[in-house]
Ligand binder design. Sequence first.
Ligand code: FAD
Length: 267
Amino acid sequence: MDHIHPRRIRYIHVQSWQDLSPHLRRIVFHSTELADYPFQCTGAHVKLFFPRPGQSKPVLPQLTDRGPVWPDQADKPFSRSYTLRHYNPHQQTISIDFAMHPHQGPAARFAQQVTTGQTLAISAPGGPVPMLKPADRYIMVGDLTALPAIDAMLEDMPATASGDLFLWLPQPADLPTLPRPARLKLHPFFGSLNQIPMIISAVCALPAPAMEHFIWLAGEASLVMPLRQQARDVWQMPLARCYAVPYWHHGENEEHYHALRHAFIDS
Ligand SMILES: Cc1cc2nc3c(=O)[nH]c(=O)nc-3n(C[C@H](O)[C@H](O)[C@H](O)COP(=O)(O)OP(=O)(O)OC[C@H]3O[C@@H](n4cnc5c(N)ncnc54)[C@H](O)[C@@H]3O)c2cc1C
């Protein structure tokens, strides 16, 4: 039953990769199993599964009514959330853009040492569909890990859209040439975590958005959390008009941060 379930976890194999900038690496995965991948939109959330040390590929779970289950916990792969950047059903490929950060983690290590043919596993996509809500004004804030989703949303944005896009990136060479509506103003910030207070001040100084505008916040937790408070408590934006997901937290790996992220999202 697991083999034909449309939302099954699938094996994928590294086909190629390309450095989009000094700190962002696009990896293209191929698998004949992607032919029936339940794709809905780019920018979707996916889980990638990385093998444990000594394994050549991650052990797949049993798919149950309670979700994926690994009967032997020692086999459970490392799981990390990523953004589905491209899906091509004809070529049976998926592209994921990896932030190349200097800290040790299974995903960063994989991206740094990537070789052709390596095997990971991927979940079916999740997250809001579509990621970009229709609006005539947007406030978007993100770091390098949010760039793949922002890039995908800009592709879908009408030319008439307006607003402000705040990007926090390691260095100017990481700023892509994002085709964007003429009235969506770009505010780039470069450098380390010390940029965060300046970004927060700049966002909070914007004119308050209207209820039908759309706010999208993702990236390091200390960037996202105070801005969600600004959006929800100060600007009183409705939940449906405010996406706010802390993608990672400085100094904490995903094993520790996962539950905290969900507690924040649910709060
Ligand atoms: C919905 C969602 C979508 C995401 N999409 C993407 C995406 O498309 N591309 C992407 O690169 N990331 C994305 N992320 C973030 C990614 O899941 C985390 O960065 C993840 O922690 C990386 O795993 P790791 O194994 O490299 O590090 P972990 O083992 O989780 O952490 C090890 C150490 O590295 C630090 N660390 C983790 N990430 C970063 C970082 N980006 N910069 C600096 N230090 C870091 C941690 O604080 C920790 O100290 C997304 C997260 C979510 C929740």
